[in-house]
Design a protein around this ligand. Structure first.
Ligand code: SF4
Length: 338
């Protein structure tokens, strides 16, 4: 199998092929002054996503997990057509998500963001926010927009009258429902959800997760669900992809990966989740991952996990492990899998 273990099959809707995303970080204030004064500034490149390949099947929820800063949000934005890749391509039903000019070519993929308040214009009524895109793309006429908006508000559990309100008149959970309604009103086949419940109270998180599951059932949606919360991803995902410093290191059916991870990083990630005895709320095990995520400005050679891996050998420090199939629809990028 090629690097990235794409598991191509007839049923895939999203294909990610050798996608990399690099960018230059903004200069600090001091560096800007130095540049103005003519001092040479060192060119730096963030390797946010590094040669990633995989596929998402029609109708499935693929969970994408990893520590903060591992590149999962950047990868989600490339797939959703928000950021152009530096190399490789994401496509939907074999059609590239972006054209050569870096413009998104499809409305079939929509994104739901972590912070619903930031993604809604505080000066615009919700009804207009939801209908703006569908009218612009001729999915609905201005004359039919009111009924169209009511349909999507109802679908996410809000009353039709909510269309007349402004974002600040909603709670955090309701605002996220509005953001989901806005995405659905574009009639997508695929939703990229980037930490969509991370900013919500725990009691509201479950309601929004259940809403996603209901919408998936009723609308046949395909989802890429990005989260650092392993419990939530386990609950919602059919398969899981584990990302470390810009690369997918393990991919497979969710329960199989949770039951027996094959990559040392996945093992460490699962071990780092605090576990409690239900009756006494007593912490029974908690093993933080040793060391820190290296900077994506200068990722280590070979396996990116080699600086933190207890199984690392010389080969790990020089040779990138490909994401190889292991059987049972599983793939792992490790020279010495567990
Ligand atoms: S390739 Fe080597 S360093 Fe990387 S996870 Fe496997 S054993 Fe550890």
């Amino acid at each position: 199998m090629s690097e990235g273990g794409s598991f191509k099959d007839m049923n895939q809707i999203i294909t990610v092929e050798n996608v990399s995303k690099r960018f230059s970080p903004r200069l600090s204030f001091g560096e800007k002054i130095a540049a103005r004064l003519g001092s040479p500034i060192e060119t730096r490149t963030v390797h946010a996503v590094d040669g990633v390949s995989f596929a998402i099947r029609k109708g499935e929820v693929l969970g994408l997990v990893g520590e903060s800063g591992c590149g999962k949000s950047t990868l989600g934005r490339v797939i959703a057509g928000i950021h152009p890749p530096s190399a490789g391509a994401a496509s939907i039903d074999s059609a590239p998500v972006m054209n050569a000019a870096g413009r998104k070519t499809t409305t079939r993929i929509q994104m739901v963001f972590q912070d619903p308040f930031a993604s809604l214009d505080p000066r615009i009524r919700i009804g207009e926010t939801i209908s703006e895109g569908p009218i612009a793309h001729n999915l609905v006429s201005s004359a039919e927009a009111k009924a169209y908006v009511a349909r999507w508000l109802t679908a996410v559990g809000l009353p039709a009258e909510a269309a007349e309100r402004f974002p600040h008149q909603f709670s955090g959970g309701q605002r996220q429902r509005v953001a989901i309604a806005r995405a659905l009103a574009m009639q997508p086949d695929v939703l990229v959800c980037d930490e969509p419940v991370a900013s919500l109270d725990v009691s509201i998180q479950a309601q929004i997760i259940n809403l996603f599951l209901k919408l998936r059932r009723e609308l046949g949606l395909t989802m890429l669900f990005i989260s650092h919360d392993l419990g939530i991803v386990r609950h919602i995902s059919d398969r899981i992809a584990v990302m470390y410093l810009g690369r997918i290191v393990e991919l497979g059916p969710t329960e199989a990966v949770y039951a027996a991870p094959q990559h040392p990083y996945t093992r460490a990630l699962l071990d780092s989740v605090p576990k409690f005895v239900t009756d006494a709320d007593e912490l029974v095990s908690f093993k933080p991952i040793e060391g820190e995520l290296p900077s994506p400005l200068s990722p280590p050679k070979g396996c990116h996990f080699n600086l933190r891996c207890p199984k690392a050998e010389a080969r790990c420090r020089s040779e990138r492990p490909p994401l190889d199939e292991q059987g049972g629809e599983r793939a792992v990028a490790c020279h010495f899998p567990l």
